[in-house]
Write a protein that binds this ligand. Structure first.
Ligand SMILES: Cc1cc2nc3c(=O)[nH]c(=O)nc-3n(C[C@H](O)[C@H](O)[C@H](O)COP(=O)(O)O)c2cc1C
Length: 465
């Protein structure tokens, strides 16, 4: 029985439980945290290169004329990144069929300037690499010093004016649908420009508009956004290390609620790009009939089309689409071969004209691109309301997770405290038993000595001297 050692163990245990219970008082820990305001449940900012958006949301560029200065500036004003879609933007001009290129340049410049006049927030431009005037639209965006240029529908690797972009403080983000595409773009940039893009947007198969997946891949679980994301994050991380800078990966396609945002960010995304939710807003630049088509559409109406762009696209499969699939084609005049590899002759209709008709609310002569979740849209709201709701949903889920963790911590610490009490009781008993043992031992020793002395005296008395 080593009583000093027992005391030292006991005092260590006391110290340990104090260490836990002083900073984390056990009772009503959650309530205390709330009162002290000790937790932050809001979403993190999104930093791309030198620029920071207060909220981690990029409003996806939506052609044709769906996201112009009005929507982009409203989103930028709430702290997200508002994006103007540049492809065939000239169709909103009166003279597009006279000179499509000039109309595109004029309209894009004007929309960027209008957006800038309406907000001090971050404004981006989305340009499809497949457009025949891709480089002109790129030049206009750089001249107007937009904050971010997003490049999709093709690999932005050749003749990219990277130095001009850097000099103008314009950030670059390609859209990819796989880690392989990200690797090709980053390697080509490294080789050609000794530089890499500032961010990557990974667009999964649930997105609206043109998709970077085959029709089979769209429904294959292996191609789900959350499955693709980790590989893209790993791919980009290698370039982050060699260029010593942070390169955020932004996830897009099917993100609908604040909970979705939280969940995909937990899996490695630094932010999200959303399209569908922003169509159903007051500020969306499309006609109200276009927006209403979102509110009215049902799950079975949402499907894929073979776009003349040469990629599948997700849309509301309305009468216009069904008619073209049955061989009833609208007559059209190609203004200037706006797409590099346009399959309009094969598709027998011009997608730019069809999308522009839809934008103007003429759904009989066009169709509406939508994300896979468009059937969940129930109303048209102001952008600020949408962002507010997403923020609340995001913070609710963070709060819920924090409460669960605190509950678990409370249970663990309460368990430690209960064990400590048991341990103390046992130690006291042990010490008492030890003391009794020592007392008894001493008594026994004394009696033995007494008996020995008595025996010794007896021996002496019977032994002759
Ligand atoms: C009506 C509509 C038009 C779109 N147009 C474009 C476009 O011109 N260029 C592009 O890169 N992406 C385009 N997209 C894709 C969005 O930018 C965004 O990445 C996508 O919609 C995200 O998926 P979500 O709609 O499920 O949020 C479009 C999407 C929609 C719904």
């Amino acid at each position: 029985m080593n009583i000093p050692r027992l005391n030292s163990i006991l005092s260590t245990l006391n110290r340990l439980t104090d260490d836990i219970s002083i900073p984390y008082p056990m009772k009503n820990m959650w309530e205390r945290c709330r009162i002290r305001g000790g937790f932050h449940f809001g979403w993190p900012a999104l930093t791309i290169g030198s620029k920071t958006a207060r909220i981690p949301i990029i409003q996806g560029g939506m052609g044709l004329g769906i996201s112009l200065s009005r929507l982009a500036s409203a989103v930028a004003d709430t702290g997200g990144i508002g994006v103007i879609a540049a492809n065939c933007i000239g169709l909103i001009e009166h003279d597009y069929f006279k000179d499509g290129r000039a109309a595109n340049i004029r309209a894009l410049r004007r929309e960027i300037r209008t957006a800038r006049a309406q907000t001090t927030g971050l404004i981006g431009v989305n340009i499809m690499v497949a457009m025949n005037d891709f480089y002109q639209l790129l030049d206009v965006s750089i001249e107007e010093r937009v904050d971010l240029i997003i490049m999709g529908a093709g690999l932005p690797v050749k003749n990219i004016p990277v130095k001009k972009m850097r000099d103008a403080g314009v950030l670059a983000a390609p859209i990819v649908s796989s880690a392989r595409a990200a690797r090709i773009i980053f390697k080509m940039w490294e080789k050609n420009y000794h530089d890499v893009p500032d961010a990557v947007i990974l667009e999964g198969p649930l997105a609206g508009g043109h998709l970077g997946f085959s029709k089979n891949e769209v429904n294959d679980p292996a191609f789900r956004l959350e499955e693709l994301l980790p590989d893209v994050v790993t791919e980009v991380a290698a370039f982050e290390a060699s260029f010593n800078r942070k390169i955020p990966v932004i996830a897009a396609g099917g993100i609908f609620t604040g909970e979705d945002i939280h969940s995909i960010m937990l899996k490695g995304a630094s932010g999200v790009q959303m399209g569908t939710r922003f169509v159903a807003t007051d500020e969306c630049d499309a006609d109200d009939r276009f927006k209403q088509a979102y509110v009215d559409c049902t799950t079975d109406q949402i499907g894929l089309i073979d776009s003349p762009v040469g990629m599948p696209g997700r849309a509301i499969r309305n009468e216009f689409i069904l008619a073209t699939e049955k061989g009833r084609f609208p007559s059209f005049r190609c203004a200037w071969q706006c797409l590099a590899n346009c399959k309009a002759e094969k598709a027998h209709y011009c997608i730019s004209i069809a999308l522009n008709n839809a934008r103007r609310g003429d759904l009989d002569h066009g169709f509406v691109f939508v994300g896979a979740n468009a059937d969940r849209v129930k109303e048209i709201v102001p952008v600020a309301t949408l962002i507010h709701r997403l923020a609340e949903e995001y913070s609710d889920i963070v709060k819920e997770m924090a409460i669960k963790r605190l509950d678990k911590l409370e249970r663990l610490v309460a368990g430690i405290q209960a064990l400590q009490i048991q341990y103390n009781t046992l130690c006291t008993r042990f010490r008492e038993t030890g003391q009794q043992y020592e007392k008894r031992m001493k008594e026994i020793q004394a009696r033995i000595i007494e008996n020995l002395e008595e025996s010794w005296a007896l021996v002496n008395s019977v032994m002759p001297a």
